[in-house]
Design a protein around this ligand. Structure first.
Ligand code: A2P
Length: 283
């Protein structure tokens, strides 16, 4: 659905006394969608849902450009992973709030009924097509890097293609795990994929700055072997293991080195291999 940008009230016909303040004519002609739901998890994290353009087809794990109009009237657009699965009739996004961030300082205040800019051109490498067939699929996330997995975990192909799916999520504190934990806990009851998930899903949340049952950066837990000992599975092996990585730039680089050290090669849509990487948007 494209917002009726061209149907704004023509106040030129009203008398100057009664005319309301002129609505600012948007300085863009970009498509918009309507916010349907907003949920705040912490002072740094929130999720929201929007209407979905009829024409939008995407592969679970891809991202689109979304945004708002800035104070200067120009659109501020950023890449956001779609957190909802490809079959969902709405779109879901999971976002950081950065108080001086150009986009998220504003985006964090959206309410149901508001419009956001959404360019319906999905792209991305965290897709099944970019991985060769394997036995075990790892989803490695820090912070809002969980978003593409929120989509992929609800995608039937994830469960059809692999014997085992392991999602690791590292956050600063326990409250920051909430969005991911609730989603993972709801999977067995999901009408579409609930039965497929049974016996295949492993969830491995860790925190780095608040006490929790499992503490530490996932990179450290991989290098020490603690992750594999905890899960009772062998270390990463290019024959059986496939991985997707989504987090900060530093995290992605560290994970890339670890995965390549284990003999996995980075894949792309054009050349599938054993792992793929994408940076989670910040700001
Ligand atoms: P830490 O608290 O040790 O920095 P953020 O909220 O800053 O995006 O970080 C999310 C999580 O990712 C934090 O738990 C943080 O740990 C962790 N993290 C940040 N950088 C790396 C990295 N290079 N390797 C592994 N984990 C990281």
């Amino acid at each position: 659905m494209v917002a009726p940008m061209d149907e704004m009230t023509d106040i030129a016909t009203m008398s100057p006394d009664t005319a309301p303040e002129a609505p600012k004519r948007p300085a863009h002609n970009l498509p918009t969608e309507t916010v349907t739901q907003v949920r705040h998890y912490t002072d740094r994290l929130f999720s929201f849902r929007t209407t979905r353009p009829r024409s939008l087809r995407f592969r679970s794990g891809e991202f689109v450009m979304i945004g708002l109009v800035g104070d200067n009237g120009r659109p501020i657009l950023r890449a956001y992973s779609i957190a909802s699965p490809a079959w969902d009739e709405e779109l879901e996004f999971y976002s950081i709030k950065v108080q001086d961030g150009p986009l998220t300082s504003k985006l964090q205040h959206i309410q149901p009924g508001d419009e956001i800019i959404l360019k319906p051109k999905p792209v991305g490498t965290l897709v099944h097509d970019a991985l060769l067939p394997g036995k075990r699929l790892w989803f490695f996330a820090t912070g809002t890097g969980f978003a593409p997995y929120a989509s992929l975990l609800r995608e039937p192909q994830t469960w059809e293609d692999y014997d085992e799916v392991i999602i690791t999520h590292t956050c600063r504190d326990v409250a920051e795990l909430t969005y991911g934990r609730e989603l993972v806990e709801a999977l067995p009851d999901d009408p579409l994929i609930g039965e497929m998930v049974a016996g295949k899903l492993r969830y491995y949340p860790t925190t780095t700055r608040e006490e929790s049952p499992k503490m530490g950066r996932i990179t450290t837990l991989i290098e020490s072997g603690e992750l594999f000992a905890d899960l009772g599975i062998p270390p990463l092996d290019p024959k059986s293991d496939r991985a997707m990585v989504c987090g900060s730039l530093a995290f992605n680089l560290d994970m890339k080195a670890i995965l390549e050290g284990a003999g996995l090669r980075e894949g792309a849509n054009s050349e599938p291999a054993e792992f793929v990487i994408e940076k989670a948007f910040v700001g």
